[in-house]
Design a protein around this ligand. Sequence first.
Ligand SMILES: Cc1ncc(COP(=O)(O)O)c(C=O)c1O
Length: 366
Amino acid sequence: MSVVKYLNPHLTKITPYQPGRPIEDVARELNMNPGDIVKIASNECPLGPSPKAAKAMKNAIKEMHLYPDGGAYYLRKKISEYYELPPENFIFGNGSNELLIFIAQCFLHPGVSAVMSAHAFAIYKIAAKMFGADAIEFPMCGLTHDLNAISKGIPENTRVIFICNPNNPTGSMVNERQIDAFMKKVPDDVLVVFDEAYAEVCLKKMPDTIRYVKEGRDVIVLRSFSKAYGLAGLRIGYGIAKPEIIQAIEKPRQPFNVNRMAQIAAAAALDDKAFVKKSLRNYKKGAELVCDFCKAMGLTFEPPTANFMLIKVGNGAKAFQELEKRGVIVRPMAPYMLPEWIRVTFGTEAENGKFIREMTEVLACL
Ligand SMILES: Cc1ncc(COP(=O)(O)O)c(C=O)c1O
């Protein structure tokens, strides 16, 4: 007998999220030097943290005996100037991931539904199930959100629709015209979550979804400091919505959910436009290189719109294992019901080169 049998029944249905394998893990398991391993599995920034953030963090070490400012006053002020929106339009999370959970906690429960695409970020389904709601997954049009089908099929008891754009893991995007047509059909009392973790590293034009916030629609736009600013290890993201929605989502937030170092680094990173530009240039080069490689090898791929792409290799699990043995960590896509595919993040020039060399060998043994 064990208390485990009393586990919250909503949680028994959850398969925990499988993140990309850490370099240290793989190094230990395969007895390799961590320096020889390339991780292109979690859409992290390969150029390190924003230098402006790094400098601010060094200076902030002596303040780390103090709790953070729960209201993130300074960062809130900076971000409100950045977006030219009032401070009340923002909420900060321990990664934008935490905000996804707050949204679910606030609006999802037994008897209601959350809508999402079949191959969208895995946390949406986990978050819905965690609070006992139904996760309604819509088939995609190829590997892109079918907003038209979603808008025609929103169940009446829907409270939240998650739209990941650019979409992780497929790397596809929906444009402003498609989003606009969709928003015309979404009922007013359904919260649309535009998960835009890749907005700043998007290779195409990002649709303006913040205008729905300005129009007073029930929408929240989520952004992250993990990708463009290279601060994934600090865990900080934010949401932009009308104050009424922000106040609701603030309810489950713990007072010190965003740590002091993260707040300081994020505020400094916002000024680091040069770094974001440099990252974007690096991703464009990476995208070109890996797409050319796929074409040359006759591999099907989803044209990338952010800092990662999906490649159809036939047996994604085997390709993942073989690449790992050769010191390259990618992401197998079976957990996303795409077992023939792997997802690859664009790294530095050297990392991309290693991926291409090792992948060429792996393709021969698949
Ligand atoms: C689409 C999407 N949303 C949210 C997140 C979580 O980002 P954060 O690091 O801000 O929690 C990720 C991370 O990979 C993501 O891909």
